[in-house]
Design a protein around this ligand. Structure first.
Ligand code: SF4
Ligand code: SF4
Length: 87
C-alpha cells in the first residue's frame, strides 16, 4: 500500500522497555492476531497500545504484548482477534 508510509509517519513512536511492566514472560492468556486483509493500516492500534508493543510497521512484539486487548477493542476495522495462547 503506497500511502501507508505517510500514515505511519504520523504514529507516535514509543518503544517497549525492560523497565515498568517489561517483558511479558509466559503468563499472557490471549494474544492479538491481525487480519491483514481487513487492516487499513490506520495505526490506531499502535497508538493505543499501552506497552508500545506495536511498531511503525504494525507488527506486534509479543515479547512485550500483555494481551490486554485494547488494540482489538480500538481497531475500527475489527481486524484484530484476541486468540488464546497455547500452553
Ligand atoms: S487499528 Fe486495526 S485497521 Fe488500524 S492499523 Fe491497527 S489492525 Fe489495522
Ligand atoms: S493486546 Fe494490549 S499490549 Fe498487546 S499489542 Fe494489543 S494493546 Fe498492546
Amino acid at each position: 500500500m503506497s500511502g501507508s508510509v505517510k500514515k505511519r509517519d504520523r504514529l507516535a513512536v514509543s518503544r517497549p522497555t525492560e523497565g515498568a511492566a517489561g517483558q511479558t514472560g509466559s503468563w499472557r492468556v490471549f494474544k492479538p492476531v491481525v487480519d491483514k486483509e481487513k487492516c487499513n493500516e490506520c495505526g490506531l492500534c499502535a497508538m493505543y497500545c499501552p506497552d508500545g508493543a506495536i511498531d511503525e510497521d504494525l507488527m506486534v512484539d509479543l515479547r512485550f504484548c500483555k494481551g490486554c486487548g485494547i488494540c482489538a477493542n480500538e481497531c475500527p476495522k475489527k481486524a484484530i482477534a484476541m486468540v488464546r495462547e497455547e500452553k
